[in-house]
Design a protein around this ligand. Sequence first.
Ligand code: NAP
Length: 252
Amino acid sequence: MQLSGKIALVTGATTGIGRATAERFIEDGVTALIITGQDQARLKTARAELAEHGVPVTAICWRADTPTDSVALAERVMAEHGRLDVVFANAGVTWPAPLGQIEAEAAQAQFMVNVIGPLLLVQALSPLFSEGSSVILNTSCLNVLGMPGMAVYSATKAALRSVARTLSVELGTRGIRINSVAPGPIETPIYSKLGMSEADFAEMGQGIIAQVPAGRFDKSSEIAAAVAFLASDGSSYMRGAEMPVDGGWSSL
Ligand SMILES: NC(=O)c1ccc[n+]([C@@H]2O[C@H](COP(=O)([O-])OP(=O)(O)OC[C@H]3O[C@@H](n4cnc5c(N)ncnc54)[C@H](OP(=O)(O)O)[C@@H]3O)[C@@H](O)[C@H]2O)c1
């Protein structure tokens, strides 16, 4: 199994892509799994369900916009595991706002959750990384596309891709690899958090599918498969790369 012997952390593993990746990491043989979420009830349920597979699962409440949470998380992982081999910094938010409706505070908050939070987390965890560790950041294919209403969100994801490149150089001397996965559209709870009506959401979905060469939404499991590869030693020559998993949306 491609992840056997590895200790892995997945942020935002209560739902969506993070949850699917946590399941995939277990299938691929991780020795121990640490998951985060911010909602205590969802976190408890996710931990209990994942632990049914027989792998030790630690659930930690972590908020990307609270820097002390990253320090506390790193201290706990150090105390309980002593090292970390894989990090999937997945947690993020999508708060669309078209030009005319962009507010500074909300834009800064989105940058905090999607960029600064993951960066401070990797910083806090970096002393724990073993040689050959792999860190994967979850960006988005929208960081190279122009989608109305997504100026701030897409910019956060472009910034995160840049973070992967800089950290690749800073941590590369220790044999630590940082890459990104750039998903296309996936039907996860993130859309129900947009505050759209079902009819508006269905219309938006059809509009997106019409632009995606694969002619459908991604599945969370398809992102999880790519992340598992980036986490594994099979991707040992990949550094600072962004892997699009978007049905060809960004490239065809
Ligand atoms: N869905 C897509 O089409 C798509 C496409 C490209 C990229 N992405 C990216 O994929 C990642 C996961 O998205 P998803 O679609 O799987 O969404 P999701 O189902 O809404 O999951 C988001 C996860 O992040 C956690 N989270 C949200 N805000 C957080 C915060 N401030 N601090 C810490 N954790 C927080 C949530 O925890 P709680 O449940 O506890 O709130 C949840 O576990 C995001 O970075 C998103 O930008 C998604």
